[in-house]
Design a protein around this ligand. Structure first.
Ligand SMILES: Nc1nc2c(c(=O)[nH]1)N[C@H]1C(S)=C(S)[C@@H](COP(=O)(O)O)O[C@H]1N2
Ligand SMILES: [Mo]
Length: 318
């Protein structure tokens, strides 16, 4: 699978000296959360009580690639962020989000489901086995990163709430807390941040709910405590700090669709052949690397994602 990246390809080691060390860190985190899981919630301890020795294969999953690029450094991932609830300036969420409260936290899942439910964030960490997934992330502004996420497939959560036959889309919502998020006082945007996926996109194995990266819990500026990651779509689809998921029958209007309908569509699949009205999407600047690289269709995940869009004109459904 040439379009997936494995930990074995991570060579940007200002933080982690070797892959082995990286894995060890990831494992310690996972092992620690498993231990917490089995102590704090006996109900779930049987499924979560594996010994750390069984974890490596699962973390690696099928994500192997002999030619993957190096991961973006932890420092760059933390200090160059898009989080408009804090600031439109990419260097500012790092400190503006420092006091952001991410615990306690809960996520309401409802709409067209058989089992509407509110999940506490600790419950989410315990219920769903946390995996390592190294994904490229391509922002619509033509910069990109490679990020080693920790998380679990969104479909695992959806399977618990059981979407009904009326459910066609998932609508995601970020927390609304203007007292902690200065950008939410900016009236140029229809807060809270909303995003959406078609149900089959949401059920795709690559679609992740992330709780961490580089083996550590997410920091506020990267969307703590829970965010979406959809690697074949422009970064703005990957909504941060989620408090609500609703299964709905109509295509949700995202914050970006409402703000710039001529510039930002619902699907937002990475496509080097369809330019943004104000710039080319043919190439991208990989943060931490020199020069520019070619942008790939579906951000390099064509093999995985293209089937979702059979029969759709990619130039129209942007
Ligand atoms: N709630 C919310 N989610 C968001 C954003 C935002 O401003 N608010 N920015 C999006 C954009 S444009 C990108 S490119 C990614 C950036 O993720 P990162 O800052 O963790 O790299 O988050 C996306 N999710
Ligand atoms: Mo973005």
């Amino acid at each position: 699978m040439s379009n997936k990246i494995s930990l074995s390809e991570i060579t940007s080691e200002e933080i982690y000296i070797s892959r082995r060390r990286f894995m060890k860190n990831a494992l310690q985190t996972t092992a620690a959360s498993l231990l917490i899981s089995s102590c704090s919630n006996n109900k779930n301890s049987t499924s979560q009580g594996d010994t750390p020795a069984t974890i490596p294969d699962e973390l690696m999953g099928s994500f192997s690639d002999e030619n993957g690029p190096p991961a973006t450094t932890y420092e760059d991932i933390l200090n160059y962020t898009n989080y408009h609830e804090f600031s439109a300036d990419k260097s500012r969420p790092t400190y503006l989000a420092q006091g952001f409260i991410t615990s306690p936290w809960s996520v309401k899942v409802g709409g067209f489901v058989n089992n509407p439910r509110e999940f506490g964030i600790d419950e989410i960490r315990n219920l769903f086995k946390q995996e390592e997934r190294v994904y490229r992330m391509r922002c619509v502004e033509a910069w990109s990163m490679v990020i080693p996420w920790i998380g679990f497939p969104l479909k695992k959560l959806l399977e618990i709430v059981e979407p009904t036959s009326d459910a066609k889309y998932v609508r995601f919502e970020t927390v609304f807390r203007p007292e902690q998020m200065p950008g939410q006082s900016n009236p140029s945007y229809p807060w809270p941040y909303v995003e959406g996926l078609r149900l089959d996109e949401a059920m795709h194995d690559l679609t992740l709910l992330a709780t961490g990266l580089y083996g550590k819990d997410l920091t506020p500026q990267n969307g703590a405590p829970l965010r979406l990651v959809v690697p074949w779509k422009y970064g703005f689809k990957s909504i941060k700090s989620i408090v609500k998921n609703d299964l709905v029958s109509e295509m949700p209007t995202s914050l970006w669709m409402a703000t710039g309908p001529n510039e930002y569509g619902f699907f937002a699949n990475v496509n080097p052949f369809v330019d943004h009205p104000r710039w080319s999407q043919a190439t991208e600047r990989r943060i931490g690397a020199a020069g520019r690289i070619n942008t790939e269709l579906y951000n390099g995940y064509e093999e995985d994602a293209a089937d979702l869009y059979n029969g759709m004109d990619l130039a129209v459904y942007y």
